[in-house]
Design a binder for this molecule. Structure first.
Ligand SMILES: [Zn+2]
Length: 440
C-alpha cells in the first residue's frame, strides 16, 4: 500500500506555484485531495458533496447507471434476508429515487412482512475435510481407504449437494442464533423468523486441522487468505504442484455458492468450523512451537489469527472439537480427562482461534446434562452449545445448554443408511461419487 502512495505525488507538483499565490489555492488543494480520496462511495461524504453537485451534476445517464447499481445492491441484500439494510441503502440515495426504487422498496417491505415464526425441526449436517483427489484417498497407500470411504465426502459430492439443499428450501442459519440463555442461566430456543416454507440448516466441519496423516491422501493442506481477502484452500496436486483454490474444502465452496445464491444464507450465516488442538488449526501447527524458529512460529500464529478472524467476518463460527480427540470422548470420560483436554484448548488454542461457546464432541460423544463433567464443560468453560452425532438431528435445551445432534453426510450414511438422508434432504444416490470403492 505504501508503494501506492509513493506513486501519487504528481498531484503535488502543480500545487506548488498555487500555494505561493494565495491561501485560497491551499484550500482548493485540500478540497481536491479530500474529494479525490473520498471517492464516490463514502456514505459520510453525502452532505459535504452538496455544493459539488452544482458544479458537476451527474448526467441523466450517469444517474441511471447509479440507480441500477443501487437497485442491484438492494436486491442482493434482500435476497440474503438483509431487509432493513436493503431499505436503508435505498433511502440513503434520495437523489436517485423514482418509481423503480419505490417499487423495489415496496417489494422488500413485503418480503420483510412475509417472515413467519419457524416452529419446525432444526437441521444440522456435518462433514470432514473434503476429498479433493479420490484417486489418492482411495489408493490404500498411507491411511486406509476404508476410513476415508466411510467418514469423508468428496468435493464432487459436496458440490452436488448444495443445489439440492437450496432447491429443498434449506437456508443456512447461525447456530448461535438458535439458543439464548435467560437470566437464571437456563437455555431456551430463540425465535426464528424465515420466509414461509424455508427451513434452517446448520453445516459443521469437523477436524479442520489438516492432519499430517492426510497430506498424501488428496486433501487440502491448509487454509490461506488470498489477495482478494478470501479464505481459500492450499492444495497439492498429484503432480506435486501447489495452488490456492476455491474448492478444496467446505468453506470456500459454501462461500462461493452463497455469493451466487444469497438466498441460501440467512443474513450471511455459513457454518461451523471445528478444529482440534493437537495439530493446531487450519493446517498451522500452532501447538508445536518447538518445530519452528521464533520468527516462523510468530508468522503461523499471526496467520491462524487472521484466518479465524476472516472466517468469522464471512459468516463462519469456530467451534472446539476438543484438544486431543482422545477416545475417552466416546462417553466414558472422567472429570480429570476433560479438564486436562479443554484446559489445553483454552490455553493453547483460544489465543489464536478465539473464544467459542460451541463444543463439537469427538466421535459424536455425549454425556448427561448433570454432574461434574457437565458442570465443568457448560458452566465453567462456557460451552453452551454442544453438538454430538444423531441421525434424527434432535435439539434439546436444558440446564444451561443446547444439545443438537448432527447427521453425517458421508460415505457411511450415503451408502449404508441412505434413508437417513432422503427422509429430510435428497436421495444420496444422486450425488454419490462413482470414484468411491464399494463399502463392505
Ligand atoms: Zn473428529
Amino acid at each position: 500500500m505504501s508503494k501506492h502512495v509513493m506513486h501519487k505525488p504528481p498531484r503535488k507538483k502543480p500545487m506548488w506555484p498555487l500555494l505561493a499565490a494565495a491561501v485560497l489555492a491551499l484550500v482548493l488543494a485540500v478540497w481536491a485531495l479530500v474529494s479525490a480520496l473520498g471517492g464516490g462511495e463514502d456514505p459520510a461524504g453525502g452532505q459535504e458533496n452538496g455544493q459539488q453537485t452544482e458544479q458537476q451534476k451527474p448526467s441523466e445517464e450517469e444517474q441511471d447507471q447509479q440507480r441500477q447499481e443501487l437497485l442491484e445492491k438492494a436486491g442482493t441484500l434482500a435476497d440474503g434476508y438483509f431487509y432493513d439494510e436493503a431499505l436503508e441503502a435505498l433511502a440513503a440515495r434520495p437523489e436517485l429515487q423514482n418509481e423503480q426504487t419505490e417499487a423495489e422498496a415496496e417489494r422488500i417491505r413485503g418480503l420483510k412482512a412475509g417472515l413467519v415464526k419457524y416452529e419446525g425441526q432444526l437441521y444440522h449436517v456435518f462433514f470432514h475435510s473434503l476429498i479433493i483427489y479420490p484417486e489418492l484417498a482411495f489408493d490404500d497407500k498411507g491411511h486406509p481407504a476404508e476410513g476415508y470411504n466411510m467418514w469423508m465426502t468428496t468435493v464432487k459430492e459436496f458440490k452436488a449437494m448444495l443445489p439440492l439443499l437450496l432447491e429443498n428450501n434449506f437456508v443456512l442459519y447461525d447456530i448461535t442464533e438458535l439458543v439464548e440463555i435467560d437470566a437464571s442461566g437456563q437455555a431456551r430456543p430463540k425465535d426464528i423468523y424465515l420466509p414461509e416454507g424455508k427451513k434452517p440448516l446448520v453445516i459443521s466441519v469437523d477436524d479442520v486441522s489438516y492432519y499430517d496423516y492426510m497430506a498424501p491422501d488428496g486433501f487440502a493442506t491448509r487454509l490461506v487468505i488470498n489477495e482478494a481477502g478470501d479464505v481459500v484452500t492450499e492444495v497439492k496436486a498429484p503432480d506435486g504442484t501447489v495452488s490456492q483454490t476455491y474448492d478444496g474444502d467446505v468453506m470456500p465452496i459454501v462461500d462461493q455458492f452463497v455469493k451466487e445464491h444469497p438466498e441460501f444464507s440467512f443474513r450471511g450465516a455459513k457454518g461451523v468450523v471445528a478444529p482440534t488442538g493437537y495439530q493446531g488449526a487450519f493446517g498451522y501447527r500452532i501447538t508445536d512451537p518447538d518445530w519452528f524458529t521464533e520468527e516462523e512460529f510468530k508468522k503461523i500464529c499471526d496467520d491462524t489469527r487472521a484466518i479465524a478472524a476472516r472466517l468469522r467476518e464471512t459468516g463462519w463460527q469456530i467451534a472446539c472439537h476438543s484438544y486431543t480427540h482422545n477416545s475417552f470422548w466416546r462417553g466414558d470420560m472422567t472429570l480429570e480427562q476433560v479438564k486436562d483436554d479443554l484446559g489445553r484448548w483454552k490455553e493453547l488454542m483460544t489465543p489464536y482461534v478465539g473464544e467459542t461457546n460451541i463444543l463439537i464432541t469427538p466421535f459424536g460423544g455425549r454425556f448427561g446434562t448433570e454432574g461434574a463433567v457437565y458442570d465443568y464443560i457448560v458452566k465453567e468453560m462456557g460451552f453452551t452449545i454442544i453438538c454430538p452425532v444423531g441421525a434424527g438431528m434432535s435439539t434439546s435445551y436444558q440446564n444451561g445448554s443446547m444439545m443438537q445432534d448432527r447427521l453425517n453426510l458421508d460415505g457411511y450414511t450415503m451408502l449404508e443408511h441412505p434413508e437417513r438422508i432422503s427422509k429430510y434432504f435428497f436421495d444420496p444416490a444422486a450425488v454419490v461419487d462413482p470414484a468411491r470403492p464399494p463399502l463392505d
